[in-house]
Design a protein around this ligand. Structure first.
Ligand code: GLU
Length: 139
């Protein structure tokens, strides 16, 4: 099993996310990643196959108050940087643990309607579905 951590608040979240992922290391994982909303409003994602310490090398100078982190145990798509979470489509950046049983049907339908996939994961369909059906009110 693997894990998810999230933070939003007044404090800088990078170290909180990294420390949270480290606390979940015992559950096992093959890759890890974080996505953070930066002070300029842009979302910055860093994701790597292998140890959480690989992420720290690329997040040292970042800061932000809202973010998500993920450790992955691959079920769909090999362990790799490109298959690591988070996954993004448009304004949506997602992490997910588990399996989407009907992902292939969903993926075929999304590709046929113009979606461009950048990973082999089942998870990426969530980001594309949100992008496709979002009408301005998430709830
Ligand atoms: N099914 C997803 C993948 O292969 C999530 C695996 C997990 O639970 O970490 O990326």
């Amino acid at each position: 099993m693997c894990g998810i951590v999230g933070f939003t608040g007044k404090r800088d979240c990078i170290k909180i996310l990294i420390d949270g992922l480290k606390a979940l290391e015992y559950r096992g994982y093959d890759s890890a990643g974080i996505a953070v909303t930066l002070e300029n409003g842009k979302i910055y994602t860093v994701k790597k196959q292998g140890r959480i310490s690989n992420l720290e090398k690329e997040t040292g100078k970042l800061s932000g108050n809202c973010g998500i982190g993920h450790t992955r145990w691959a079920t769909h798509g090999s362990p790799s940087d490109r298959n690591s979470h988070p996954h993004t489509s448009g304004i949506f950046t997602v992490v997910h643990n588990g399996i989407i049983e009907n992902f292939l049907d969903l993926k075929i339908s999304l590709v046929n309607s113009g979606a461009f996939f950048t990973s082999d994961t089942d998870t990426e369909v969530i980001a594309h579905l949100l992008r496709k059906f979002y009408k301005g009110n998430f709830m």
